[in-house]
Design a protein around this ligand. Structure first.
Ligand code: K1U
Ligand code: ZN
Length: 174
């Protein structure tokens, strides 16, 4: 297992749709292990492959974030939303590719998602609460969409400028 670097917005790879996984290979299993390690290390509750510059439709998540919770690491290949609730909910989202910036985003409260598992089988599950927010946020990453794309242009621009400054500072610090 290896920690991978997380891309910081703005980066063209975070704006590009990722490619479907065609087969569950050892490379895909290694990628999923690395993504889970990188997500837990960050720490985060989700991570999509484009965030580590791999343009494949792979996401990992584990929203059992409270101390004492039993971890539930999940790996979803080629996930698709098959049903969304009419009811919506608001959550103050963050993103490992947009560090220390948070904003309220409105999304369907519940979604049903189908995906290919590492076992080569199709799975389907209904998500609610934080799991629902997280899986939608991660599927957006696979489609080249960031949570700031839901914000008003001025707020989005302000966050983007802060990230450009952060990247310049990090590049200078080496
Ligand atoms: O995709 C990502 O950038 C990861 C992101 C997922 C996410 C957070 C909030 C709402 C929707 C999706 C994060 O994990 S940001 C970090 C975070 O939320 C967190 C970190 C430690 C403990 C609890 C939460
Ligand atoms: Zn994110």
């Amino acid at each position: 297992m290896a920690l991978r670097s997380i891309l910081i917005h703005p980066d063209p790879r975070l704006k590009k749709p990722a490619d479907p996984v065609t087969e569950v290979t050892d490379d895909i299993r290694r990628l999923a292990d690395d993504m889970l390690e990188t997500m837990y290390d960050a720490p985060g509750i989700g991570l999509a492959a484009p965030q580590i510059a791999v343009m494949s439709r792979v996401l990992v998540m584990d929203c059992m974030k409270d101390e004492g919770d039993t971890p539930r690491p999940m790996v979803l290949l080629n996930p698709t939303v098959t049903w969304s609730s009419e009811e919506t909910g608001v959550y103050e989202e963050g993103c490992l590719s947009i560090p220390e910036q948070y904003a309220e985003v409105t999304r369907p409260s519940e979604v049903e998602v189908a995906w290919l598992g590492l076992d080569g089988q199709m799975h389907s599950e209904k998500f609610d609460g934080l799991w629902s927010t997280c899986v939608q946020h991660e599927i957006d990453h696979l489609n080249g969409k960031l949570f700031i794309d839901y914000l008003k242009p001025l707020k989005r621009q302000m966050i983007t400028r802060k990230m450009q400054k952060l990247k310049r500072e990090r590049a200078r610090a080496g």
